[in-house]
Design a protein around this ligand. Structure first.
Ligand code: COA
Length: 177
């Protein structure tokens, strides 16, 4: 599979509603059976859209989307200033989500490449992200050169989960196609 027929572009705040729908559908399609169903059922695209809009107002923020003709946005990733989870990193990948039927077509890899290039061009030479230890998608981060640098406990609907912090201490060493 490949990204033929997929258009990549920088997003604007006008994309927030569509991106929020992708975010919720990707969670519901990808994490069923991993996090509580009630949590997935409660996810609100309206609330997510508001949160993304707030993100655009931040001082150092960039989102990229992947679009398919006739289908609209099928994936996105957003990057920016670290939220302070870990010292010594100067960029964060906040979220990267591809609709289930479009996964494993190198869309995630291309969005990752666009975002990390943006960080490097802006002298942000390291990056981290947060993900669930229970996520079946961790192979993506391994493949793209990330390493677990820390873990912490979180709770989702009262259940304990381990959250992993994947770090890329030197983005200039990335060779993502
Ligand atoms: C994780 C995600 C962003 C990856 O994007 P994608 O477009 O599906 O992945 P790509 O096709 O670019 O994958 C590139 C490589 O990463 C690795 N990879 C991707 N998904 C993987 C998986 N589920 N398990 C193991 N390795 C994986 C593979 O090596 C893959 O290359 P290959 O298909 O030639 O083997 C996407 O699957 C997704 O949205 N998942 C659900 C939501 C999620 O977990 N988001 C991140 C939350 S922090």
């Amino acid at each position: 599979m490949n990204t033929i027929g997929v258009r990549f572009r920088e997003a604007t705040v006008a994309d927030c509603e569509e991106v929020a729908r992708v975010h919720v559908l990707a969670w519901q399609g990808s994490f069923r059976g991993i996090v509580p169903q009630a949590f997935l059922d409660r996810m609100s695209a309206v609330q997510r859209a508001e949160a993304f809009s707030t993100g655009f107002a931040g001082p150092f923020y960039r989102m990229y989307v992947a679009e398919v003709l006739g289908r609209g946005i099928v994936g996105f990733a957003d990057f920016g200033k670290p939220r302070g989870e870990i010292e010594g990193y100067d960029g964060e990948l906040y979220s990267i989500y591809i609709l289930p039927e479009f996964q494993r077509r190198r869309i995630g890899q291309k969005l990752f490449k666009l975002g990390t290039e943006y960080l490097v061009e802006n002298d942000r030479l390291s990056m981290y992200l947060l993900t669930l230890e229970a996520s079946p998608y961790r192979g993506f981060y391994d493949k793209l050169g990330g390493h677990v640098v820390r873990q912490k406990q979180i709770h989702i609907d009262g259940l304990a989960y381990t959250e992993l912090i994947y770090g890329w201490p030197d983005l200039t060493k990335l060779l993502v196609e």
